[in-house]
Write a protein that binds this ligand. Structure first.
Ligand code: PEP
Ligand code: MG
Length: 580
């Protein structure tokens, strides 16, 4: 009889893996109380610091072996662990405990871990919870070294499905590098490290598969069905045949998607859609090009301000933007000005600690118009980089024209000042507005008159239209892109663009979600910006659609918006394509 273990499936376009299970012991190490004689205390402290150095050395080795084309966010996992190893919070307190109380290095570190974990446990924030996992992984690594642990990884990994309690980012990267075809972990949620890495590496995984390490045996043939979040063992021939065929289809589809990289996103009736990438780091440019984009539709610049104590200088801004602009070679790059606040926080945020509702507080352009010094530095860097390529500037979170005019005036002042100094810039730098509040959507025509282009940010637009916090799991089920109110707001913005004759794009998650693309094209959108990983599938879909037909069908849906079952109507839109 087939054994099925249920967990949370994680996958991109390959959801199936078939291979022999390989058990890896990666449980959390719990050190036992231990003491050292008085005369050996200094030697024990030295042993402790040597273990930290050795742990850092191991991570440096992993970093060196990571293939060059590995996405930047994966490298960040390793860098975070390296930074933690340098952090005095990890090294100083245990050294002091060894010195003052004569504890062994292992026990002193264990005491420190327990203390830090308690602090994390009192925090509810999901991001900080992932930091807790990082801390646990780093301390485990040091404990492993202190306990004389050698690298016990089996040599034969290629083609195997790794089954473990948990995997550190370094493990996941190395196992992938050595040919593992899937991961099954007891521990984990959709946002855990293993899940994030599996997605980035394109490797199917089932996380949170409770009982996997006790019920599966090393060497037995197992199947990962990440679509349904299950791990199967003891499958009969029919079951294995089914999954082998599914894997073949998935591989063929991935190959076909890759072959579309340089093909244009042209619909069956010959209409071209501009597919752009959303990026966050200069290094993402490569992934964007690899995905076959026609430019960057949203460069989120907040990341320049995060995880540091000083504000970025104009030169740092300029160098980061230059890397993106040069990487995109003549293709458009839309740089969005600072959108700090709400879910994106940094050390030097002037947001008052007492702010009760950060999503409605001093964020994005509101913050920039209060802290104009910070804003002007960024504007100057964007203007300077505009001389190097096809650069555009975009302002987030606008709600009223006063803000829009203030922002435009500051841009104009900096433009004049740079021209006056003889610095090369594009004096015609196009400036766009992000439409991501219902107020801006309803008055989009005024924004269209004042700006060169509009881009709809549905992530925030949905949150504000439906009063649903986009980061709150508790109300996730109410976050609905197909709520008629959201569709009406989008329609209003598209119409404003047509009336005033200005281009309208979309750069929220909705734009990269295949289910919504036929509706968006039917509504008249011709420029969609999305996560680079979503580009190939979006392109393939667009090439199978007839936009003229979608426009006709969508017009009927929009007329009956309040009476339609929109989920159903949207499904039928894609299915009901006339043969050409
Ligand atoms: C949006 O709100 O849709 C958007 C693209 O911006 P961000 O997700 O960065 O808030
Ligand atoms: Mg937004």
């Amino acid at each position: 009889m087939t054994l099925a273990i249920q967990g949370i499936g994680v996958h991109t376009n390959i959801s199936t893996a078939i291979g022999k299970a390989l058990m890896l012991s990666r449980g959390s190490i719990q050190a036992k109380p231990g003491m050292v004689p008085h005369g050996k205390i200094e030697a024990e402290i030295e042993r402790f610091f040597r273990a930290i150095e050795q742990a850092a050395g191991q991570l440096q080795d992993v970093r060196k072996q990571i293939p060059e084309d590995t996405p930047a966010d994966i490298l960040e996992f390793i860098d975070t662990h390296l930074l933690m190893l340098e952090d005095k919070a990890i090294s100083e307190a245990p050294a002091q405990t060894i010195r003052e109380e004569g504890c062994s290095a292992e026990w002193a570190l264990q005491l420190r871990r327990d203390q830090m974990m308690r602090v994390f446990e009192d925090m509810e924030d999901a991001y900080l919870r992932t930091r807790k996992d990082d801390l646990d992984h780093v301390i485990n690594r040091i404990l492993h070294i202190l306990q004389g642990g050698k690298n016990s990884d089996p040599t034969e990994i290629s083609g195997h499905i790794i089954v473990s309690e948990d995997l550190t980012p370094a493990d996941a990267i190395m196992l992938h590098h050595r040919g593992a075809t899937g991961f099954v972990t007891e521990y984990g949620s959709p946002m855990s490290h293993t899940a994030i890495l599996a997605r980035s590496l394109g490797i199917p995984a089932v996380v949170g598969a409770h009982g996997a390490t006790s019920q599966l045996r090393s060497g037995e043939l197992v199947v990962i069905d990440a679509r349904h979040g299950s791990v199967l063992a003891n499958c009969d021939d029919n079951c294995l045949l089914f999954f082998h065929q599914r894997l073949e289809q998935e591989l063929a589809r991935r190959h076909a998607l890759h072959n579309l990289k340089d093909a244009p996103a042209v619909s069956l009736d010959g209409q071209e859609v501009e597919l752009l990438a959303n990026i966050e780091l200069p290094e993402d440019t490569e992934t964007a090009i690899e995905g076959g984009c026609r430019g960057v539709g949203l460069y989120r610049t907040e990341f320049l301000y995060m995880n540091r104590e000083e504000l970025p200088t104009e030169e740092e801004h300029f160098q980061a933007y230059k890397q993106v602009v040069e990487g995109m070679r003549e293709q458009p790059v839309i740089i969005r000005t600072l959108d700090l606040g709400a879910d994106k926080q940094c050390e030097h945020q002037p947001q008052p600690a007492s702010c009760t509702n950060p999503a409605l507080g001093l964020r994005a352009i509101r913050l920039c118009l209060k802290e104009t010094g910070i804003f002007r530095i960024q504007i100057r860097a964007i203007l300077r980089v505009s001389a190097l390529g096809n650069v555009r500037l975009m302002i987030p979170m606008l709600t009223n024209l006063w803000e829009a005019r203030q922002a435009r005036q500051i841009i104009d002042e900096e433009l004049q000042s740079l021209l006056h100094q003889g610095i090369e810039i594009n004096p015609q730098l196009p400036v766009g507005a992000m439409i991501e509040t219902p107020a801006a959507a309803l008055t989009a025509e005024s924004f269209a008159r004042l700006f060169d282009f509009l881009s709809i940010g549905t992530n925030d637009l949905i949150q504000y239209a439906l009063a649903v916090d986009r980061a709150d799991d508790g109300v996730n089920h109410l976050y609905d892109a197909l709520h008629p109110a959201v569709i009406m707001l989008i329609q209003q913005v598209v119409q404003a663009g047509i009336t005033v004759g200005k281009p309208v794009a979309m750069c929220g998650e909705m734009a990269g979600t295949p289910k919504y693309i036929p509706l968006l094209l039917g509504m008249g959108l011709k420029s969609l910006s999305m996560h680079p990983a979503s580009l190939p599938e979006a392109k393939q879909l667009i090439r199978s659609l007839n936009i003229t037909h979608l426009e006709q069908k969508t017009a009927v849906i929009l007329q009956n918006l309040l009476h339609e079952d929109l989920e159903q109507a949207v499904q039928e839109l894609e299915a009901d394509q006339p043969a050409i």
